[in-house]
Design a protein. Structure first.
Length: 311
């Protein structure tokens, strides 16, 4: 009998535990909840704590209370200056009214789809009245403010509060970027060709000036060398004339010796002359040779004396 009572008591405890667990539920501080009865909302709970519901009849739908992020897909927009840009936006929102949220979009995935459409539409509408320069400059702040206000006005209908909307990027389409690149490339090639032409023209001017200057320098050097050569020839002629005037016989002897040296420099040379030719005067005349030797010795002594007096 006691065992039966214990068994019955255990069953009662279990049943009570099941009933209590089906009756009580907790709401975390990061959550908010809606108590549903047969699919219809009965209560909205926004405060954290331990709450109750009718077991087996009511159930609880939880929603995030924290700030949520939304990254819609990129959107192609035509600006007021007829420039097409690819805009990528980013938004932050939270569920402000869980009941309205449940009645309109029900789930967070549905909310993301709805908000993405609203953000893209507002972005196209606002940027359609803006220029590329304003989008890429500090003037984008009022543009973002206008987009945020429009999106928040539409999102309120779904129990959503928009906290912020940002433009992550605003780039030109790939085709436009390629065309701009090609235009910049052709412009740089044109500038390079112009610089090369200017460089070649400058090089030709420098080369022509250098050639002209070199021609003038060579002409001046040639003229000066001819003048110096003429002066040297004149000095040589004067010296020879002076030497010839001082001792004509020695001069004739010296010139004859030079002629002999030039004539007999080659061992294979043959000379056919008469023995009594004037060319052999210094070979045939002994007195003349003695006279020349005396004159040469005298000239040598005079040169030695001049050298000593110079020292």
């Amino acid at each position: 009998m006691s065992q039966t009572k214990v068994f019955i008591a255990a069953i009662v405890v279990i049943l009570l535990g099941v009933v209590v667990s089906a009756t009580l539920f907790t709401v975390h501080q990061t959550q908010q909840a809606i108590v549903m009865q047969f699919g219809n909302p009965k209560r909205v709970i926004t405060e954290p704590g331990l709450w109750y519901k009718i077991p087996f009849i009511q159930n609880v739908q939880y929603y995030e209370k924290r700030v949520l992020n939304l990254d819609p897909s990129s959107e192609s927009v035509i600006l007021t200056d007829q420039k097409r840009v690819v805009v990528d936006t980013f938004a932050r929102y939270r569920i402000a009214d869980p009941l309205k949220f449940f009645q309109t979009v029900r789930t967070e995935s549905g909310a993301r789809q709805t908000l993405s459409s609203i953000i893209n539409a507002s972005t196209r509408g606002v940027l359609g009245n803006a220029t590329l320069a304003s989008v890429l400059s500090a003037d984008r702040t009022p543009i973002l403010q206008q987009i945020r206000e429009q999106v928040n006005s539409e999102a309120t209908k779904f129990g959503i509060a928009i906290l912020d909307v940002r433009l992550v990027r605003a780039d030109l389409p790939e085709q436009t970027v390629q065309s701009v690149y090609e235009r910049m490339k052709s412009e740089r090639e044109r500038e390079a060709a112009e610089f090369r032409a200017q460089g070649k023209e400058l090089a030709q001017r420098i080369t022509s000036a250098a050639d002209r200057e070199a021609t003038v320098i060579i002409a001046e050097a040639t003229r000066e060398s001819e003048i110096l050569r003429g002066q040297g020839e004149g000095a040589r002629t004067r010296i020879l004339n002076d030497a010839y005037g001082q001792d004509a016989e020695f001069f004739n002897f010296y010139r004859s010796m030079q002629a002999y040296e030039a004539t007999f420099a080659n061992d294979n040379s043959y000379l056919v002359l008469s023995p009594d030719s004037e060319f052999f005067d210094f070979f045939n005349s002994v007195d003349a040779g003695d006279t020349v030797r005396r004159d040469a010795n005298a000239a040598r002594r005079e040169a030695e004396a001049a050298r000593r007096s110079g020292n």
